[in-house]
Each structure stands twice: as structure tokens, then as C-alpha cells.
Ligand binder design. Sequence first.
Ligand code: AMP
Ligand code: MG
Length: 346
Amino acid sequence: MDEKNKRIIVGIIAVICLLIALHFCFRVENGSVWQTDSGYRPVMGTLARVIVVASDKKTAQGGIEAAFEQISKIDELMSYHNPDSELSRVNQNAFKGPVKVSAPTYYVVKKSIEFGKLTDGAFDVTVGPLVDLWHKAADSNRSPTEQQLQQARSKVGCDKLILNDAEQSIRFAVEGMRIDLGGIAKGFAIDKAIESVKDAGCLGALVDIGGDIRCFGTPLKGQEHWLIGLQNPDLESENQNLLELKLTDKAVATSGGYQRFVIIGGKRYSHIINQETGESAEGLSGVTIITDSATDADALATAVSVMGLEKGVQLVENTAETEAIIISPLPNYGIKKTSGAEEFIK
Ligand code: AMP
Ligand code: MG
């Protein structure tokens, strides 16, 4: 490599380092308050970021670390892929006998069953066997056979979960069942992180885990609300914001096949599964839910992706303090907003 090219590469690396340093050290005195941005950290199989506003630097830093501590704890309990998680212990043993779990895991599983009932079964955390089947299909680049789908479906259904409130235990009625909390755990972790930022004495915060977000209190300097860009799922550019949301004390979650998917025979399949058919849910490109709790927003975004436009809109319209922005794919590309959604659009 000649000297000129070396100088160019060193220059580029220096600029990248400077940008990273600026990003991670985003600490600005905002009048009498501090703003601290954690930058993105890998957790829960994605990237998470916490921005806090506090009366001083120490409180802000304490809020950020408390939030990440919560997020990591929940990941250790509820990760589907970590064989040492509490959830994996349930998945390995709950057919042999009831498995006692921690209060957070029990709460999230109970809440998931409630969402299953609310969504006519569209939200179903027992989809594990189907999730595994589609991952195996992607690895071998061959679609699952009808027989494989049927076999996996026989191990799916919240009616096959046996919960004991007194013991806080979970048992499977059918061998081979597996709970996957991927459609709700991020939201729960966000709610818990917000709680700990509040407990740490911060004045405001935004917690983002993989694009699912909740904010509270004082927003960033010069802004009246927390501003959140909604990415357009159907456009090539990753930075193409479809619209901007202005939120105060709200959560927003987005589900869509464009975020995570598997590829089989060159075709993209969404990671969200219609448990009735065993196939991936392909009807909608993006479903964004705005509501008070991130747990609810996360579960509903996944559920509406399965339910489709008509039933999904109906459900959201009938749910208090909840709005949706739903994007239908080409050739019928369109954006459907529920009746109160406009209030949150900048
Ligand atoms: P989200 O990105 O929140 O929509 O969650 C998608 C994840 O939830 C998937 O990767 C699966 O782990 C899980 N999942 C897939 N289909 C469903 C479903 N019908 N109900 C609940 N969780 C699901
Ligand atoms: Mg979800």
C-alpha cells in the first residue's frame, strides 16, 4: 500500500473514532439539566440505547447503568436462544413436570396468555416449535413439508400450557412444546428499564431496544416531546424515515418482516408466525403500535402482524389509549392510521 493510501485509511479511521467518541460521550449541559446518551450496546440479540435527562451527570449515569442492568437481567431470564436462561430451563423440563419460575417470567407468560385471548390466538408464545422448524428450513434452504408443519402445530397452543399461580410454575401438556417470548420480552425489558431510570431519580428518558421504544418525562433540550423516526419498511434506504412521532410518556413498538426474516429458495419469510397455518405472517409490511406500556405495544404489534389489516385495526380501535400505524405492502401499498394516531405524528 503506498503512503497516500495509508494516509487516507488512517484519516478515515480517525474520523470514525472521533464520531464514535462523540456519540458515546454525548453529554450536554441542558440549562440546568444533563443529557446522557449511552450509545448502542448489544443485548437481547439486538442493540439497545438509553438516553436520560437528569439534574446532574452522576444521576444520569446511574440511570443508564440501572436501565442496562434490568435489561440484562430480563435477557438472562427470558432468552430463547441462551441455553442457560430460565426460559430454556422451562422449555427443557416443563413436560416432565411443573417448573417454578421467577416472578418476572411468570408475569410475562401470564400476560402473553392474556394477549393470546385478546387477539383470538394470533399472539401465541408457544410458537417455539414452528420458529425452530422455520429456522431449520432456512439452514437447509428447503421449505418445511406439510407433515412437518402439522407435527409442529400439534405442539403449539396456549391451551396446552398449565400454569399454577400458587407455585408460579409452568407445565407443558404436550412433549416438545417450547415457549418463545421474542414477541413480548423486549417490551417488558423496556418497561422495567424505564422504571429503574425513574427510581434512579432521572427527570426523563428514552429506552430503545431494537427499535421498540418508551419515553417519559423531560425530553431533550429544545424539544417539547421525544421525537422518534419511523422507518419505511418498503423503501431501500435504511435511513428513510416514513414519518416522525412526537411522544410524551408513551411506548411505541414496530413489527414487520423487514426487520428479521429467514430466506428459503431466495424468498424472504417473516419471523412472525401465523400459528393457525404454521406459515409466516406476510400480509403487512410494518405494524407500529403506540400505547402506554412497551409490553403491550410489543405484543400488539406482533399480534396485529398476524391478524391482518381489518381485524388488527378493529382490535386497536377497541383498545383504550392505543393507536396503530400499519403499512401494507405493494402492490396495494398504503398507510392506515387508527383514529387517534395523527395526534402523535409530527
Ligand atoms: P416482534 O419482533 O416483536 O414482532 O416479535 C417477533 C418474534 O416473536 C419472533 O421472532 C418469534 O420469536 C416470536 N413470534 C413469532 N410469531 C409469534 C406469534 N404469532 N405470537 C407471539 N410471538 C411470536
Ligand atoms: Mg412484539
